[in-house]
Design a protein around this ligand. Sequence first.
Ligand SMILES: [Zn+2]
Length: 375
Amino acid sequence: MRSAQSVYDLRKANRNRVYRFLYESQGDQTVQDVSRSLSLSLPTVNQNLNELMESGLIDNSKIASSSGGRRPRLLSVIPSARCAVGVEISPHHMYLVVTDLRVNEMGFRVVSRPFEATADYAASLAGEIQSLLAGLGVVQDMVLGVGITLPGIINAANTVLEYAPTLISSPLELSFLREAIPYAVKFCNDANAGGFAEWWDQPEQPSMAYLSIGRGIGGAILVNGTPYSGARQKSAEFGHMCIHPGGRTCSCGRVGCLEAYCSTAVLSNHLGISLADFFHGLESGDGEKSSLWKRYLEDLSIGIVNIHTMLDCDIVLGGPLSPFLGKRVEQLKNHIDLLDPISHTSQHVRLCRYHEKSNGIGAALKYIDDFVSNI
Ligand SMILES: [Zn+2]
């Protein structure tokens, strides 16, 4: 005889299978489709569908067009039934994004506010989240949680920001942020979140390296969709691989790092212009910017080829540089084709999908993925 617990577990597993099937389906489905595809009896499917509809997660209001006989009802998930918030904290800004269960963007806000480890800062972030959600008409019960990315290394217990030279000079307890926000909160490294967003929903890429290129250069390695964080949460610090021994001094104190050559500051702040201005000048044929860009691409290619030589997987380029790369990715790939010592190709390199929103979306996705997996 089955125990009450195992009956409960089986029912929960079936409910999850039904929900996931509809979530992962491209089009609407009928009860018969669900029953046939999952090899579940019609009464079992109907029971689970009733529970999911009572929870407001499934819609059955559409009727199939006639193909003779009785027209069946069509089933689909309701993406707006829940949402999640992703927040990217950078030295000078907060970037907030709200997505529904299908990762459709519901709202986005950029707040200019320098980071400080104070209760005032935490209250201001909480206020921005609440005001964004209120403007979208989202009620508290719909919010799965708030994922917050930080540009640094977070401990395994998800409680302390251990190292983030652009934000802090010594380890920082993150409870002041958690306590100010009236939702579940998870913290994650910014590039890990961005990598997760770019990996998620792409079943053809089991493993991937994500290279985030901004003022800082970070990255993520995803092995079958799971971030490889390393023994001490320090993996994929691609910005600090040495590409020119004895070269330029890096923010980490060493010399010759990829970040010292391919930080976007090399194209903007060091010239006293914005990144947009740099690319505008490049587009207009400015000779000085063209030669700087050529050297920049050569250096970036070295970093990308090194990553590929070690990991032999797809490499996705993201971060603040990515919106400007566009058609210039082909120039970069031409350099990589010449440099790659083993595969002699750049087919594995591509641009990200979410650009400047990758980190926030990846942080929100931690909640969405968990909800869809465990409902
Ligand atoms: Zn470095």
